[in-house]
Design a binder for this molecule. Structure first.
Ligand SMILES: [Fe+2]
Ligand SMILES: [Fe+2]
Length: 332
């Protein structure tokens, strides 16, 4: 055996290294338990770094791909006011992607590596963006439900143990709350002042987006593979099922005010739990969409690839400009 071939001195060195590693892990966990932030240059376990790179880059990709379903409606917004609001919102999402790519870069992964992972389909992004936006009402419903679910998921991340991520999320959440309100307000206007056909359009959009929104909280706790460790590391603060329940509870009242129904016959108030019970989520559909078989997966990816290729001249020009500037500075 390997250990038998080691000298006593070598064995002692291995033991000391193991004890050292354990000491570092304990100290790291103690910092997290004490509520301290971990910063980019601090020592961290390789698995903690890996988990964060996966989560933050996946989050960044979701923001960038998330620009597409609504961007589809900018040129067709019904009024100048709605167009200006939608433009600002879609631009915000691009900004969120950039803060998050920057936060992930502090962990040692490059922007090029992340972009490549997205464009080759290796990296995942939130599967909600693989659904189509068929009518103008979808834009309002995305604001209300999709940005609403995003806020529910993301507010706890403002207390995430990794400082750069937590700080990025504070700003992101402020903007998400504007997104949620603009969506809800635009639906209220349609429901209060719209024609019967326009109101039916809102109801139809709610019917299509409700279940995918509930899927945004991820698989049930019983099947969530990364949850426990992420909770111990202070990356995750609430379980998927807890947040999903909070979202359902909030939406029931909002739907009532709006005058739409939520497409779930099993939605019923449970006095004993103090929460709304809701029907079974179609997890087969969720895994199908995650696996690339959603209604728009191919289209979304193809759009991003095209945008990357068509934007090559902008990147080239920016690099040429930067090197010219450096050369001028060096010559001066
Ligand atoms: Fe966002
Ligand atoms: Fe948003």
């Amino acid at each position: 055996m390997y250990t038998q071939s080691m000298s006593l001195e070598q064995q002692a060195q291995v033991q000391a290294a193991n004890a050292d590693e354990q000491g570092r892990l304990d100290a790291f966990q103690a910092r997290i338990d004490a509520g301290e932030f971990i910063e980019a240059k601090d020592w961290m376990p390789a698995a903690y770094r890996k988990t964060l790179v996966r989560q933050i880059s996946q989050h960044a990709h979701s923001e960038i791909v998330g620009m597409l379903p609504e961007g589809n409606w900018i040129s067709r917004a019904p009024t100048l006011k709605r167009k200006a609001i939608l433009l600002a919102k879609v631009q915000d999402e691009g900004g969120h992607g950039l803060y998050l790519y920057a936060a992930a870069e502090t962990l040692g992964v490059s922007r090029d590596e992340m972009t490549e992972a997205l464009l080759t389909g290796k990296a995942k992004y939130s599967s909600i963006f693989n659904y189509p936006t068929l009518t103008w009402a979808d834009v309002g419903v995305i604001g209300w439900l999709v940005d609403g679910a995003a806020i529910m998921n993301q507010v706890p991340l403002c207390r995430c143990s990794f400082g750069p991520y937590a700080r990025a999320m504070i700003r992101v959440c402020r903007e998400e709350s504007f997104h949620q309100r603009q969506g809800y307000e635009s639906l209220l206007v349609i429901m209060q002042e719209g024609t019967a056909a326009q109101k039916a359009m809102v109801q139809d959009a709610v019917n299509r987006w409700w279940w995918p929104s509930l899927m945004m909280f991820g698989p049930p706790d019983s099947e969530s593979q990364h949850s426990d460790q992420s909770m111990r590391w202070g990356i995750k603060r609430n379980s998927n099922d807890e947040l999903r329940q909070k979202f359902v509870d909030a939406c029931v009242d909002q739907a009532k005010v709006l005058g739409v129904s939520l497409p779930d016959p099993d939605l019923v108030w449970n006095e004993a739990r103090g929460h709304w019970d809701f029907g079974a989520i179609d997890w087969d559909e969720f895994w199908r969409v995650v696996g690339g078989e959603g209604p728009c997966n191919r289209e979304r990816l193809a759009t991003r690839v095209r945008a990357w290729e068509e934007g090559a001249w902008v990147r080239d020009a920016a690099l040429a400009f930067a090197s010219k500037k450096h050369a001028l500075k060096d010559a001066a």
